[in-house]
Design a protein around this ligand. Structure first.
Ligand SMILES: [Zn+2]
Length: 433
């Protein structure tokens, strides 16, 4: 069994299983024996379960004995000593970035690396994500690499390179002078990490351009320059980038074109401005207050805390960043109690893809107050809900066959999710025990 599985990996690496099957014959069926199943939706795991995969979809999930009778010719994948879960979803990534703890590390990538070189690294990063069990990601802007995320997405979806399902947001937006690279040398026009946008009409134009070039999501930077108010205030403030008119134009135009909007919003002022504009997701949100969390909960706006990057950059950046991370930890527990939908996003790319496994974010969420099952849902079914993708995030009949498996019990030790032993995406096996 193991040998045939490895052979399958080698042969189908670049070709979806369905594409290999001649049309005249029935699609290849695979019966996965799961020791235990955490399906991403139920509150408790199940045991003695089989998952029948046909082509790129799950055909049935049920008692193993029953499925064995139903699918006698299916190839069997024996994961009876493992715990099976839905493929993980990270809703905040940067495929085109290799870590930017300091301004210097950011500027070096934009100044001294060509977009083709950065795209090659992005393809490598896509493979890293998949091998860590992430079968879908929302990539939240290319940091100056224009529309290269759409090219990486295209190459992955055509089976040219391995990677997760990618939801791309292309260039992101900030007003002139409010996002790196900024320099004292006014004689040189340096590369911009975003599309500079000024005025409501230009905001609409930028949304239309980005959607025309393949943006699935629109992202803008709501704030910058973070600082704590004087004691006893202790509120994390920020400078708001766009006027309310500009921000509303971005959101309205995106919604008109069927796209949702993510706002980078770290300080309370930036979060409040993004909520006034009507965004769908708040990114980072270190300065979340109880009243702002109440608005998120009431309106069903998602919060993507990206704790891994907060903890990674706190040291190198110094200043208020450590206190910001601590503020976020306290806000997280309270927002959770208020019923805010907190979805797993790491900001990988802000830290190097090759240094830290994205799945560390699960561990932080448990440290911050989620149960292990809540954390798993945050990075599977709830993330699929944020993406508006009803066919992923849950192990159930009709869904895409995006599956991972781990050896020990992740409900007892959440860090087990950082050690996946099996990864399948769309019926194709990429990692096998
Ligand atoms: Zn980011």
């Amino acid at each position: 069994m193991h040998r045939s599985l490895r052979l399958a990996v080698a042969v189908v690496w670049c070709t979806p299983l369905a594409a290999q099957t001649p049309k005249a014959t029935a699609p290849q069926q695979v019966l996965i024996k799961a020791g235990r199943l955490i399906d991403g939706r139920s509150d408790a795991p199940q045991s003695g379960v089989g998952i029948l995969v046909e082509g790129d979809r799950i055909k049935a999930v049920g008692p193993l004995a029953q499925l064995q009778g139903q699918a006698k010719t299916a190839r069997v994948v024996d994961l009876s000593s493992l715990t099976l879960l839905p493929g993980f979803i990270d809703v905040h990534t940067h495929l085109l970035l290799q870590g930017d703890p300091t301004a210097q590390s950011y500027n070096e990538q934009l100044l001294y690396q060509s977009t083709p070189y950065r795209a090659i690294l992005a393809a490598r990063n896509a493979r890293v994500a998949l091998e860590h069990g992430f079968t879908a990601i929302r990539d939240l802007e290319t940091e100056g690499a224009m529309y290269a995320d759409v090219d990486v997405k295209r190459a992955v979806s055509r089976g040219e390179v391995p990677g997760p399902r990618i939801f791309a947001s292309t260039r992101a937006m900030a007003p002139t002078g409010m996002y790196p690279i900024v320099s004292d040398n006014w004689e040189l026009e340096l590369p911009h990490g975003v599309q500079p946008v000024d005025g409501a009409d230009n905001a609409r134009l930028a949304v239309r351009e980005q959607v025309a070039h393949g943006a699935d999501w629109i992202k803008y930077y709501s704030d910058r320059r973070y600082y704590f108010g004087p004691a006893p205030d202790s509120v994390l403030h920020s400078w708001v980038n766009f006027t309310d008119d500009e921000a509303r134009a971005i959101v309205d135009e995106a919604h008109r074109l069927g796209r949702h909007v993510a706002a980078h919003a770290i300080g309370s002022d930036g979060i409040a401005a993004a909520l006034r504009a009507g965004v769908n997701t708040i990114e980072h949100g270190d300065g979340m207050t109880d009243s702002l969390a109440g608005v998120l909960a009431a309106r069903g706006v998602y919060w993507v805390p990206t704790v891994t990057v907060s903890r990674y950059v706190a040291g190198p950046r110094g200043g208020p960043w450590e206190a910001m991370a601590e503020h976020q930890r306290r806000a997280f527990a309270r927002a959770l109690k208020q019923g805010v939908k907190i979805v797993l996003g790491t900001d990988v790319g802000g830290f190097p893809w090759t240094e830290i496994n994205q799945a560390k974010e699960f561990e932080y969420y448990v440290q911050y107050g989620m149960s292990p099952m809540q954390a798993i849902k945050s990075g599977t079914s709830l993330a699929a809900e944020l993406l508006g993708q009803p066919d992923i995030g849950v192990v159930a009949a009709g869904m895409y066959a995006d599956l991972v498996a781990v050896a020990a019990d992740p409900l007892k030790d959440i860090t087990e999710l950082e050690r996946v032993r099996f990864v399948m995406k769309g019926g194709v096996v990429y990692v096998s025990p």
